[in-house]
Design a protein around this ligand. Structure first.
Ligand SMILES: [Zn+2]
Length: 471
């Protein structure tokens, strides 16, 4: 059922806010909603996407996509970093090359078991305590070999007399530590693999929860959170999600050889909530600042988040005729009070410049932020300020500027938050929040070229998968 009725801005929308708030809410949903079948699939598609050149982005789905899909990988679980050691693909190749050149010593592999120390492992391959000391004292970095995890594999290369020539261990999908014997002793080295970035696609239909659907689509937790953050200004993931909502995501996936070792940024996404579709395209402007925009180039972000403190209770609303709890007389309450424990972080609700940090009469410890020409926000009764915050500091949306307290005229710890437009107090819970800046006018055509290709890519990917499902 489409919901096209206009948003009523008169109620607190504290839930619109911050990533972690959404995260907590989503996790909660995941816990309370029973699992049901979710139709969601994910395929790997290599798209020719050159992120470094915005002029030449080509997002053409290969004609041979049908062939690709046969080899596609369908995940039933989220991609996770493996905790067990993986074959030393790159290093093994080296070894093979060496062997091909001339007969060379073989590698001996030892797997770390519970309680093993490096000394135990050296002993197992017949190396002396002297060699161990020579290795770990050869450099500070060499001591990293002493930090062992169960299941980790150490490869030793010994000469015919049993002397250590080399030692190596893979500590992640992308990093291998090495010790090599040299004339002057042992030398530490590190092999870092630069992963290949591919474009991947995932889509899903929500039956129970966003998390279940995303998981079934093969999306990592990180990607799911990115998507929730991107659309979090428009969709209340805690309350608006309905069965039948759909999403399509194009994102960067990191590969080493045939293995997926992680994911990076979402490049484009579409989310349909109760019949209304929201789009997002990642675009890096000429200043190098990356942000998400709607397909038409307007910003997905709002210039302000609604609530400066998470999980706080509104203890007093904006009210021009309030009886003041301390002064006990009618005095306008020009802001909103959020009751929260002393020390709760307070966030700047928008990007801006700090124009006041310090005591301010009954407000106690107060920070005032100027946002462009028209807007000003005020945060009062703080117990303390964020480190390094001073007049002139630039703050970004969501940045912690201080902590809840009860300095000044306050009966208990709370944040008093004010919002001014052109010097006039307005109800922070009632105003229509302005959108952030759109794509700069002089970059609009470049953006639209990318955006159109991205959206076409999502269409084609989705249709191909749909056709595949219906076969
Ligand atoms: Zn107040």
């Amino acid at each position: 059922m489409p919901s096209d009725k206009p948003k009523k801005p008169l109620y607190p929308k504290s839930h619109i806010v911050a990533a972690s708030g959404i995260a907590a809410a989503l996790s909660f949903i995941l816990l309370v909603i029973p699992t049901t079948d979710v139709e969601a699939r994910k395929t790997f598609v290599q798209l020719d996407l050159d992120a470094s050149s915005s002029e030449n982005v080509s997002l053409v789905v290969p004609a041979q996509f049908d062939a690709l899909i046969d080899k596609s990988v369908t995940h039933s679980a989220p991609i996770q970093q493996s905790t067990t050691p993986l074959p030393l693909a790159v290093a093994v190749e080296d070894a093979i090359e060496t062997r091909a050149a001339e007969p060379a010593p073989e590698w001996t592999s030892v797997t770390v078991e519970s309680g093993n120390t490096l000394s135990v492992l050296f002993n197992r391959v017949g190396l002396s305590a002297n060699t161990l000391h020579a290795v770990i004292n050869s450099s500070d970095e060499a001591r990293r070999f002493t930090r062992l995890n169960v299941g980790q594999v150490l490869d030793f290369k010994l000469d015919e007399e049993g002397n250590l020539l080399a030692l190596r261990t893979k500590i992640s999908d992308l990093e291998t530590l090495r010790i090599d014997h040299a004339e002057e002793g042992y030398v530490f080295n590190k092999d870092v693999i630069e992963p290949e970035v591919r474009t991947s696609f995932a889509q899903g239909t929500i039956n129970s929860s966003l998390f279940m659907a995303a998981q079934n689509a093969g999306m990592s937790h990180n990607l799911t959170m990115q998507m929730a953050n991107i659309f979090g200004y428009d969709v209340d993931f805690a309350r608006d999600i309905r069965q039948g909502d759909t999403f399509e995501v194009m994102y960067e996936e990191l590969h080493v050889g045939d293995r997926t070792v992680g994911t990076n940024n979402i490049l484009a996404a579409r989310f349909t909530n109760r019949g209304k579709t929201f789009t997002a395209v990642r675009y890096t402007d000429s200043n190098g600042y990356a942000s998400y925009y709607r397909a038409d180039g307007t910003s997905l972000r709002k210039a302000f988040i609604r609530t400066p403190v998470e999980f706080a209770r509104i203890s007093s609303r904006f009210n021009p005729n309030r009886r003041h709890p301390v002064l006990n007389r009618i005095r306008a309450h020009n802001g909103v009070d959020y009751a929260a424990p002393t020390g709760t972080p307070i966030k700047a609700t928008g990007d801006g410049r700090v124009v006041h940090v310090g005591r301010k009469g009954g407000y106690g410890n107060t920070v005032v932020v100027q946002h462009g020409q028209r807007y000003q926000t005020l945060y009062a009764h703080m117990s303390r300020y964020a480190n390094n915050l001073s007049v002139g500091s630039h703050v970004s949306q969501g940045q912690i500027i201080g902590y809840v307290g009860m300095t000044g005229l306050a009966t208990g710890p709370h944040l008093h938050y004010e919002f001014q437009v052109n010097g006039r107090h307005v109800d922070p819970l009632g105003i229509q929040l302005p959108a952030s800046d759109p794509v700069p006018a002089n970059e609009r055509s470049a953006f639209l070229a990318i955006s159109n290709r991205m959206m076409a890519g999502l269409d084609q990917q989705g249709n191909t998968q749909l056709a595949q499902l219906e076969q």
